[in-house]
Design a protein around this ligand. Structure first.
Ligand code: SAH
Ligand code: SF4
Length: 346
């Protein structure tokens, strides 16, 4: 009998399964505390659960972990972890220092099917979805490697399109925010999407976590050139979907905008961007294109980046230029999945 990976279950799921096994509902809280607050690796450690229940649990469930295959630290202390999955595939997570705190950028898929032309993960194509525990265990793996490092924010911005793995991402967020789990405030979790409109609408209604949309161009022709998904969901579809974000949340929606020389860095795009977002507040992260072997694009000149930023600032849009973190270890946005073929798996 194959055992269930206990870290793939939300507390509600676990409570239900425990009920079927004849265990009390409160055991789910105890088990969550052991797994996610005390980082237990064996059911025998769960000493406030009876011996017979512990035996039952270890017959039914396994407690999974991810093996760290490699770890690279850049000059700015950004750390890229490469994890080995059970089937031999590998994924990457990036730990980014932000003052005293750290943000962890987690992957949601092995590869990505959306094929954005500027993104190495997209260029390499899609391999498979990540399970809930494979997302949770990226945090757990980093924590076990450096227990003293406080990970204050989680961003679903690593390899993959989170909304193409919607249910698992939502379950992972459930565990991260559970009072008995990691207890993250939903405001400290961000999900970034390339613009899958049906899931954006669901997310706005179902989650309290922050939403970031990778817009990357203000005109459909340029966006479709960069992001084939724009042929399915246009800029207008996205704007219609995010209009009521502010009404439902306290925070503002974030747009990511990868700036590529000669493609989307002209002031015309800034002017159009302001028009597109006239009806609702937003923040913008400008990300100068990070180079990699998979695309011929270049980063715009500094003046273009600053002129673009200034135009948005002058129109009351908070706009940051995101400096590349961990570029020389290929940990910056769009550089994940570096080697030319997926290791293992094939
Ligand atoms: N699939 C999701 C999340 C992962 S990509 C999304 O597209 O939003 C995370 C971010 O990296 C996106 O904003 C994407 O536009 C950006 N990105 C991808 N390739 C890049 C590159 N080469 N340089 C800079 N940013 C890049
Ligand atoms: Fe996928 Fe995001 Fe990369 Fe596009 S930018 S290919 S959606 S990971």
């Amino acid at each position: 009998m194959t055992k269930t990976d206990i870290k793939s279950l939300t507390m509600e799921d676990l409570g239900q399964v425990l009920g079927e096994l004849g265990m009390p509902a409160y055991s789910a809280k105890q088990i969550f505390t052991w797994l996610y607050k005390k980082h237990a690796s064996d059911f025998e450690q769960m000493t406030n659960i009876s011996k017979s229940s512990r035996r039952l649990l270890s017959e039914q469930f396994e407690i999974s972990t991810l093996k760290i295959l490699s770890k690279k630290v850049s000059q700015d202390n950004t750390t890229k972890y490469q994890f080995l999955l059970d089937d031999g595939c590998t994924i990457e997570s990036v730990l980014i220092p932000m003052g005293r705190w750290h943000t962890l950028c987690v992957s949601t898929q092995v590869g990505c099917a959306l094929g954005c032309r500027f993104c190495l993960t997209g260029i390499k194509g899609f391999k498979r979805q990540l399970g809930v525990s494979e997302m949770i265990n990226q945090l757990e793996g980093v924590r076990s490697d450096c227990p003293e490092t406080p990970v204050s924010h989680i961003v679903f911005m690593g390899m993959g399109e989170p909304f193409a793995n919607y249910d698992n991402v939502m379950k992972a967020i459930d565990i991260l925010t559970s009072e008995h789990g990691y207890q993250y405030s939903a405001h400290r979790i961000t999900v970034s999407t390339a613009g899958l409109v049906p899931q954006i609408k669901r997310f706005i209604n179902e989650s309290k976590a922050h939403l970031a949309v990778s817009l990357n161009a203000a005109y459909d022709d340029a966006r479709s050139l960069l992001m084939p998904v724009n042929n399915t969901y246009s800029i207008k579809d996205i704007m219609d979907a995010v209009k009521d974000y502010h009404r439902k949340r306290k925070g503002w929606i974030t747009f990511e905008y990868v700036m590529i020389k000669g493609i989307n860095d002209g002031i015309g795009h800034a002017i159009q961007f302001v028009k597109l977002t006239r009806d609702f507040p937003c923040k913008v992260n400008l990300i100068p294109f990070n180079r990699h072997w998979g695309a011929d694009y270049e980063k715009p000149d500094e003046e273009h980046i600053h002129a673009f930023q200034e135009y948005l600032l002058n129109h009351n849009i908070t706009c940051m230029i995101r400096t590349a973190r961990g570029e020389e270890i290929e940990a910056a946005c769009g550089q994940l999945g570096g080697v030319k073929n997926f290791e293992g798996g094939d």
